[in-house]
Design a protein around this ligand. Sequence first.
Ligand SMILES: NC(=O)c1ccc[n+]([C@@H]2O[C@H](COP(=O)([O-])OP(=O)(O)OC[C@H]3O[C@@H](n4cnc5c(N)ncnc54)[C@H](OP(=O)(O)O)[C@@H]3O)[C@@H](O)[C@H]2O)c1
Length: 327
Amino acid sequence: MASTKVKEPVCVTGANGFIGSWVIGTLLEAGYTTIHASIFPGSDASHLFNLQASANPNSTLRIFEVNVTDGEAVARAVEGCKGVFHIASPCTLEDPIDPQKELVEPAVKGTLNVLEAAKKLGVRRVVLTSSISALVPNPGWPSDKPFDESSWTDLEYCKSRKKWYPVSKTLAEKAAWEFEKKHGLDVVSILPATCLGPLLQPNLNASCAVLQQLLQGSKDSQEYHWLGAVHVKDIAKAQVLLFESPTASGRYLCTNGIYQFADFADEVSKIYPEFPVHRFVGETQHHLVACKDAAKRLIDLGLIFTPLEVAIRDTVESLRSKGFLKK
Ligand SMILES: NC(=O)c1ccc[n+]([C@@H]2O[C@H](COP(=O)([O-])OP(=O)(O)OC[C@H]3O[C@@H](n4cnc5c(N)ncnc54)[C@H](OP(=O)(O)O)[C@@H]3O)[C@@H](O)[C@H]2O)c1
């Protein structure tokens, strides 16, 4: 008789955010039956139960209210799990008043709390959601070579320009690799580009707001925060793939290609000529070398990326249906 492999219990932090909600949905569809959903205390997780009801009503979805800077609360959510998807981290492109407190501390301390709990409680693998913001901006990178996973964001460059989000993601991922080296925990990191697609959560997240603002005439060139874009369902599938692939290790760039934000704006404008999309002249990202199969490591593991046009259309449809975009 063929054996059905039982999926291990897993914990997802940031479970009710944009990416977290998709990871929950993807895990449920993949047959995971015990999921610990860790959410920021007091935040709304009701949409996760709708996902559960449609994907697998017999599964167990337990909600844990956890500020990831609180190590004991993190440990309670991780206990009993064999895998952790650490997604919670402040994701905003707004300028913080206190960068250390608002961005850096939750990113770094949150990551270390998750890794410490995972090590102590016998977790098999942690999939860490890092970002292309831990890879770029890196002005020292050769100007004729497409970026790959060996690039790290230049911290001093970002600090001098007060770009605190890349600082927070870079310090968090570096801390994770140091922990892995010292304590021998199995960690794999995923570095998504600007993430688009349908919003499962009620609020508007930062990356879908980038497209919303572009459609409304914003001239922001995303100079320091852009490498390409990716559909949120591809990120969620990649996360599960990285957890389940025995050979997965190290960093995985997750983007459907590398190209200028100017090219993205052109594509959006072509699909939606009725919107006042700004047309950028020249390079929006200095010396960014275009590359179609930039996420070669994930492609080699079997991930097939959704076309950019689908990601754009899915986002716009969702923004419209939720009232975040008029017309
Ligand atoms: N979206 C992108 O384009 C993109 C690209 C690359 C990487 N990422 C990374 O992906 C992850 C998820 O981002 P997202 O796009 O899904 O944004 P999101 O919807 O804002 O999700 C972030 C989640 O983290 C939670 N969180 C923040 N600080 C926390 C804390 N101290 N304790 C507990 N929870 C906390 C937030 O809770 P509240 O909202 O309730 O505060 C939210 O649920 C982040 O690590 C982000 O850096 C995102």
